[in-house]
Design a protein around this ligand. Sequence first.
Ligand code: DAK
Length: 258
Amino acid sequence: MGFVRFDAEGAVGIVTIDRPKALNALNSEVLSDLEACFDGIDTNVIRAVVLTGSGDKSFVAGADIGEMSNLSVAEGEAFGKKGNDVFRKIETFPVPVIAAVNGFALGGGCELAMSCDIRICSENAVFGQPEVGLGITPGFGGTQRLARIIGIGMAKQLIFTARNIKAQEALRLGLVNAVYTSEELMVQAKKMADAIAVNAPIAVRAAKKAVNDGLQVDIDKAVAIEEKLFGSCFETHDQKEGMGAFMEKRKEKNFTNS
Ligand code: DAK
């Protein structure tokens, strides 16, 4: 794949958007490569994914403005659908995806980070939804996910003013969970991914689905979703192994995702 690299380090997959000359901006080819990359990940082996951008300047500087500038309405819709399909794929990907935001995360880049389960960033990260200054609205879920993550009032303020924010403000608003130096970012992202990967995959996946699906419905339906997913863990190897290890006071656990 031309614009996306995949590396496996044990049970952790690292997906790198690799178009540094354009600050990893998302054109149709990058979106296709990203989709193909996630389609190709063997979730029997990979238990957590880190998504980042190549270089130390940019995660993703947005959708490709050059490519977008001359789109017709129909082409704009097709481009939007392509992006939304990939972002939903990441959001609903069976295993957790951590965005390691290593610089600019603007427009589609901020939206891509928000489609991941967890965001951490480097000190030089910059987040923003500059679309209204370009004459468009955020189109890869930004109006929806930003409001869900940082709250309606602040999301509206950032979107309407098109103001960029730096890492520390993103941390204060809850857009990212932690800020690290550029050197430490991937180290910490992999450490977090490792900490996820040692747990029972069946339970981690069910927990991701419970949070995601539960947030779309009212609390009565949400707890019913949780009950179902909780129940689905029982009679599995991983549940027996996890509880067995506790009963036997055993530290080592052999989770098999079965
Ligand atoms: N698209 C294309 N190329 C980009 C780019 C982008 N978003 N961002 C940067 N580049 C390219 C630059 O053109 C430049 O290329 P060359 O001139 O060297 O060929 C190269 O990357 C380096 O950029 P700069 O020279 O500008 O670097 P600086 O350090 O001076 O500035 C910057 C970095 C990130 C502040 C600046 O590049 C910048 O402002 N970039 C644009 C950021 C932006 O506005 N991003 C949001 C794009 S709008 C849709 C769904 C979603 C979307 C749209 C439609 N539908 C539903 C249809 C999403 C929209 C967006 O994301």
